[in-house]
Design a protein around this ligand. Structure first.
Ligand code: NAP
Length: 246
């Protein structure tokens, strides 16, 4: 098991891609701090993980709130004394054409998807700097690279995450910390399930591999970036999209 003794924080961990990432890293021996906003869903996932022999600590927090995030990081440092991996995965969509986009839909998407990553990185990086080691992986999106009709807020947040990660990568590279993004294409989760059949069909036509991705396929790329094999990779965006955008 490659992550024995390691401690990993995964945000948005109670379903979809976040749950798959937490399981993938947890199966390698890491203790996983599962962060999400709904207590019941979190406890369910933690229970399932424990039954599978994965060490998990569910912590309820809203990633948009810096004080709550600092509280999570303090708790983890008090309980375990280390944070090896931070996976910024929590994300939301509030799609609409820009002409009709409500201010609150812009603000919420930027707050969860971009400020959430800032809040966690700000709180975690000082501990990684002190340890002279750490891995940060943020889940961006193909939409942050190519833009998307009806998703100006989401695309801005996901493109922002890339610029943010590259900047942080430069600041902490000399301290043994890597910072990278994964840009998933269309992955079959609750987030994409709510799209209309027509939109799903249009997506499928544009995917050379002619299938949607699985959460586990994103989780494996995250595991690689957290592993010793990826020690010399930083400031990168790894696309996992079935060829949808090259
Ligand atoms: P998902 O099923 O909707 O899961 C996202 C999780 O984040 C949910 O458990 C959600 O809780 C949680 N969350 C939302 N707001 C939060 C907050 N303020 N604080 C803490 N947790 C919060 O989405 P997914 O499809 O697994 O996506 C995971 C990540 O991958 C997202 O960043 C998404 O943008 C990105 N991504 C997904 C796809 C795709 O095709 N699915 C493609 C590219 C990128 P609630 O459900 O209670 O809101």
């Amino acid at each position: 098991m490659i992550f024995n003794q390691k401690v990993s924080i995964v945000t948005g961990a109670s379903q979809g891609i976040g749950e798959a990432i937490a399981r993938e890293i947890g199966q390698e021996g890491a203790t996983i701090v599962l962060v999400d906003i709904l207590k019941e869903k979190l406890e369910e996932v933690a229970g399932r993980f424990e039954a599978q022999g994965i060490k998990a600590l569910p912590v309820m927090a809203d990633v948009t709130d810096l004080r709550q995030v600092e509280g999570v990081v303090e708790l983890v440092m008090k309980d375990f004394g280390r944070i090896d991996h931070l996976i910024n995965n929590a994300g939301v969509t509030r799609d609409s054409l820009l002409l009709r986009m409500k201010e609150e839909d812009w603000d919420l998407v930027l707050a969860v998807n971009l400020k959430g990553a800032f809040n966690f990185c700000r709180s975690v990086v000082k501990h990684m700097v002190a340890a002279r080691a750490g891995r940060i992986v943020s889940i961006s999106s193909v939409v942050g690279l190519m833009g998307n009709f009806g998703q100006a807020n989401y695309a801005a947040s996901k493109a922002g995450l890339i610029g943010f990660s590259k900047s942080l990568a430069k600041e902490v590279a000399a301290r043994g910390i890597t910072v990278n993004c994964i840009a998933p294409g269309y992955i079959a989760t609750a987030m994409t399930e709510k799209l209309s059949e027509e939109v799903k069909k249009a997506f499928l036509e544009n995917i050379p591999m002619k299938r949607f991705g699985l959460p586990e396929e994103i989780a494996k790329a995250v595991k690689f970036l957290c592993s010793d094999e990826a020690a010399y990779i930083t400031g990168q965006v790894i696309s996992v999209n079935g060829g949808m955008y090259m």
